[in-house]
Design a protein. Structure first.
Length: 81
């Protein structure tokens, strides 16, 4: 039961921050640089996936190797800031 999730960094020119578009429930990131965004995403996303996308019986009955999510991370093509 491998699950794939996506995270895309989008630039908000008015607020001058990158923000997340994602299918990971609860993932809300705003960061001034793409490196800060990526660090926050790598720190938060796996835990949010386990907390918000699996129930207790799935966690108990699923082999550990199948719990590791695939996070499809898309950096912006060019620096927006």
């Amino acid at each position: 039961m491998k699950r794939n999730y996506f995270v895309r960094a989008c630039w908000d020119a008015d607020a001058k921050v990158y923000y997340a578009e994602s299918d990971i429930d609860g993932l809300h990131i705003e960061a001034g640089t793409i490196d800060e965004f990526e660090a926050a995403m790598l720190d938060l996303a796996p835990e949010l996936i386990l907390s918000n996308h699996y129930n207790a019986s799935e966690l108990a009955d699923t082999p550990l190797k199948d719990l590791v999510p695939a996070i499809l991370w898309q950096r912006p093509a060019a620096a927006s800031a």
